[in-house]
Design a protein around this ligand. Structure first.
Ligand code: GN1
Ligand code: MG
Length: 547
């Protein structure tokens, strides 16, 4: 088979001309932006995925079209490497350069990538493509597929799927189906059968009730949950809200990001009993958070930190019961609530590390342990087991019932990446096992009040950070000013960093009281506006807000 790079240029010029002059970067989770400027990006990512597959000797590479928690007009694309991880970081640079060259330079540039990486263009390549349910996703999926076709690669389209399903399909295909088959049915089957075996017919236990409200963020997570419900034998009574039918827009006033950042219930919440367990996932269903309201109508959040601590505690207990000697570790980011980190260090006594935002960083760190539990505070995370841990557990399972359960737990977990539905089924399994309701779960520790702000600046990349993003090194002087402000607040902590998915600088703050955290976030936000080129209206001082 021979390929003609002229074809790539012809496709690009005729169908996917570059229509934006702005430089775009492979960020925290791939490329994101307004959908109308992404056709050429998608086409080129189809080209890159094909090259990457050839570079990896014909292994399947995944392409997921989604803008996750971003608003409806946005879309995005992320590449999935053969083992289900995010695209290797050295190729992120290749991706960024490829999407930013002009149409005229494209042919020569693709030739250079082939040469630099010694890619055999006559070899086979396989690309899997899936998308979320945004109305512009099908158009963008076609652009990716055309990028593959332009280089004579093989493309398989999965239609509307969650991000974690795409990761599952890629791993399933590349492990010759040891992980399952690369089909939707196989994915449902794997998760549901382990979940139901773990339940073993016991749907309620102690304070645990088996019903919950599920906020699907008007995204693909809603449709897939409806598919789960159809296939489950009433082992869980799930009411799905924000299903994405009718006028509801993806992530608008609903979903995991809304619930976590606004600390508020999603739109369309039915009238439920106080302390009813509720779950929100994001637009592509790779994040999950829990929440409930108490008998005074007060909102309570059980976020990724809570899930991580619940899971780590449970796994430690199970591993101890099996009498196995496995090193368990927890990975967080700077957004983790300080109270959760204290709890991990002082109560769980598990090693905990802090890495930069983005699951790729957490995932890599977690692989250093026999059992690595990682979660971003926003509910994005999973658990990874080393090969040797898996064989030890499998060996023990021959004689030990607890080890058998652990094996089922491993099956229930989508180890490739954070998976909202799989994580939810895991939490449900643990709560059921412990006989806990949300009150019991909340009792482990009290979150410090915390707040996030988004600040618009001229160029968010003027902010540079170090020490897992906890310290800002540029613009000069900003960190010193933040330190001075933070010192005035009991249990105060705050940091700033440029978002990798939105054109904003994020400010995080936590402090001992709600009033303090509002004031602290405001003061740090003002520093960013003043010292990092803020644009738009000045933040309002919360202590003057009533004036
Ligand atoms: C504070 C926060 O929640 N940041 C999110 C967000 O990244 P930013 O780089 O902060 O925009 O989107 C990422 C992808 O979904 C997710 O991994 C990350 O945790
Ligand atoms: Mg997401």
């Amino acid at each position: 088979m021979s390929i003609n790079l002229r074809t790539v240029y012809a496709f690009a010029r005729e169908m996917y001309p570059k229509n934006s002059k702005e430089t775009i970067q492979y960020g925290t989770a791939g490329f994101r932006g307004k959908a109308e400027f992404l056709d050429s990006v998608m086409f080129r990512m189809g080209v890159l995925a094909t090259l990457r597959s050839r570079y990896r000797e014909g292994a399947v590479i995944g392409v997921m079209i989604t803008a996750s928690h971003n608003p409806e007009p946005d879309n995005g694309v992320k590449l999935i490497d053969p083992k289900g991880e995010m695209l290797e970081s050295s190729w992120e640079k290749i991706a960024t350069d490829l999407v930013n060259v002009s149409d005229q330079e494209l042919e020569q540039h693709v030739g250079q990538i082939i040469k630099d990486n010694n890619i055999d263009v006559t070899s086979s390549s396989y690309v899997y493509v899936g998308m979320d349910n945004r109305y512009h996703s099908p158009r963008l999926l076609k652009a990716v597929a055309d990028g593959v076709i332009a280089l004579k690669g093989n493309v398989r389209e999965f239609g509307i799927v969650t991000t974690p399903m795409m990761h599952f399909f890629v791993v399933a295909a590349n492990t010759k189906e040891a992980y399952g088959k690369p089909t939707e049915e196989s994915y449902y089957e794997k998760l549901i059968s382990s979940f139901e075996k773990l339940r073993n017919g016991r749907v309620e236990n102690g304070n645990y009730r088996n019903s919950l409200i599920y906020d699907g963020a008007n995204g693909v997570g809603a449709r897939k949950m409806l598919q789960f419900i159809k296939r489950m034998n009433n082992s869980l009574a799930v009411t799905v809200i924000n299903q994405g039918i009718g006028t509801g827009k993806i992530n608008e006033d609903c979903g995991a990001d809304h619930v976590k950042v606004k600390q508020r219930v999603p739109v369309n919440m039915p009238d439920v009993e106080p302390f009813t367990r509720c779950v929100s996932v994001d637009g592509d269903a790779d994040r999950v958070v829990y929440f409930y309201t108490d008998d005074e109508g007060q909102f309570h959040l059980l976020d990724g930190d809570r899930i991580a601590t619940l899971v780590a505690d449970y796994l430690m207990e199970q591993i101890k019961r099996c009498d196995l000697n496995l090193r368990i570790g927890l990975v967080q980011t700077a957004y983790a609530n300080g109270a959760s980190t204290d709890y991990i260090v002082n109560e769980l006594k598990v090693p905990v590390s802090c890495v930069p935002t983005g699951v790729k960083h957490l995932h890599h760190k977690a692989l250093e342990y026999d059992v690595g539990v990682y979660f971003e505070a926003n509910g994005h995370g999973t658990i990874v087991f080393s090969d040797s841990a898996k064989s030890l557990i499998a060996e023990a399972a021959k004689t030990n019932e607890d080890a058998k359960s652990l094996l089922l737990i491993i099956d229930l977990i989508n180890e490739t990446v954070g998976d909202a539905i799989s994580d939810m089924l895991l939490v449900e399994t643990i709560l059921n096992h412990k006989g806990w309701d949300v009150k019991d779960w909340s009792a482990a520790y009290n979150d410090l009040p915390n707040l996030q702000l988004k600040i618009s600046v001229q160029d968010r990349n003027v902010i540079k950070t170090t020490d897992a993003e906890r310290v800002c090194v540029e613009p000069q002087g900003l960190q010193e000013e933040i330190n001075k402000v933070v010192a005035n607040y009991k249990r105060g902590r705050s940091f700033v960093r440029p978002s990798g998915t939105e054109d904003v600088v994020r400010v995080y703050a936590e402090a001992a009281t709600k009033e303090d955290v509002q004031q602290l976030a405001y003061e740090v936000g003002r520093l960013v506006q003043r010292l990092a080129g803020g644009v738009g209206p000045e933040l309002v001082n919360p202590s003057n807000a009533h004036l």
